[in-house]
Design a protein around this ligand. Structure first.
Ligand code: UDP
Length: 358
């Protein structure tokens, strides 16, 4: 496709590089690299202090948004005064004529609402499943008036919205697989990677590991301290080794020798970047059948998918990961989740956006 000028508007819940944006941070970075490699020009707009290797970031001041997943279904739309969200979109409006497509990475009401008011098309990469009625309403409304502007990471994520998002373009995700070393021989520990927050369900992985008497290494930002302390209190004898939050390349090296990655989400995980990062290292994934991981993992081939919230089934499956060929996990990541594969899927999405507008 012809070379495009693209404006990426980042999430407004945290600066890039802090981990507060969860999977969106790596998604944005990987997409920027994939599209730059394909010959497109990318400018990134993000909250102040953001770090993004290899790209110049237009840093915008202002107060951060509250994360959507910590609120209930009937949560109101809120913004702090001097919100970084509206400041970033003010900036986007003022420079929009210089770009072919603006890509929205924020799971927030304002960018969806602004869709008809911009002259440059906005593509929304929706990073989470259905969480609140107000967000469902604005996302489905934009999806019905501007169907090609919506992209999702998995089919099950699109289906989680009331009435589904029939025309949403599924881009899955893509990674620089050269950062993830393939590790043929596992060491004696299991891995859990993610934001430590209730929706990620760390407690079930700890329960399984505790009953197996195994070691669980945990990587990620402690987003909810009381939740973390409660897990430590409930499982005083569990062999949990907290490893902190690491940059991608260090995380990849550290988790590559794990026997398996355990994913026990309590919400519809839109995709689950960490599943691919593990597979790329040759680490099988044992996941609940809830959201993206169940679409990614081939049960019996690259890991196991077990009934959601069934800790006994989870424990049983963890005990069987030795039967999975680690080289098969790496091949699966190479086939579907490289930067090139992701770039191709996103270019196809941009073609649809541009065709719909002109
Ligand atoms: N992550 C990281 N360092 C860590 C732990 C996690 O960089 O120590 C990253 C991980 O690589 C992944 C992201 O945090 O890209 C978590 O994304 P995921 O899609 O799994 O979950 P989300 O946080 O979006 O719900």
């Amino acid at each position: 496709m012809r070379s495009l000028k693209l404006l990426f508007v980042s999430t407004s819940v945290g600066a890039l590089g802090t981990g507060l944006g969860g999977g969106v941070e790596l998604t944005l970075q990987n997409l920027a690299i994939a599209l730059m490699n394909a010959g497109h020009y990318i400018t990134v707009v993000a909250p102040e202090t953001s770090q993004l290797d290899g790209f110049s970031v237009v840093e915008i001041a202002g107060n951060l948004q509250i994360i959507a997943q910590s609120q209930g279904r009937d949560a109101l739309i809120t913004m702090p005064q001097d919100a970084v969200l509206s400041n970033m979109w003010d900036y986007a409006r003022s420079v929009q004529m210089n770009y072919d497509v603006i890509v929205n990475f924020a799971y927030d009401w304002l960018p969806f609402y602004l869709t008809p008011f911009f002259t440059t098309p906005i593509g929304h990469l929706v990073s989470m499943g259905s969480l609140s009625d107000a967000m469902d309403q604005i996302i489905t409304s934009v999806a019905s008036s501007y169907p090609h502007t919506i992209a999702v990471h998995s089919k099950v994520q699109a289906e989680s919205f009331k009435g589904g998002l029939d025309f949403a373009h599924c881009v899955m995700n893509g990674f620089d697989l050269s950062l993830y070393p393939f590790c043929e021989n596992a060491e004696d520990f299991y891995a859990w990677v993610g934001r430590i927050a209730p929706e990620k369900g760390l407690e079930d992985a700890v329960a399984a590991i505790d009953s197996l008497g195994a070691v669980l290494k945990v990587w990620g930002v402690i987003q909810d301290e009381p939740y973390w302390n409660d897990i430590l209190r409930r499982y005083p004898n569990a062999n949990i080794e907290y490893q902190g939050f690491l940059p991608t390349s260090e995380l990849a090296i550290a988790m590559a020798p794990a026997k398996a990655l355990i994913m026990t989400p309590k919400w519809v995980e839109a995709f689950g970047n960490v599943a691919i990062e593990a597979l790329a290292c040759g680490v099988p994934v044992v996941a609940y059948e809830r959201g993206g991981p169940a679409e990614i993992v081939r049960s019996g081939e690259t890991g196991f998918v077990v009934a959601a919230d069934d800790v006994a089934a989870l424990t049983d499956a963890i005990g069987q990961v030795g039967t999975i060929r680690r080289s098969r996990c790496r091949c699966h990541a190479e086939e579907f989740y490289s930067l090139e594969a992701m770039g191709d899927r996103v270019e196809a999405w941009f073609e649809k956006i541009l065709k719909n507008v002109t």
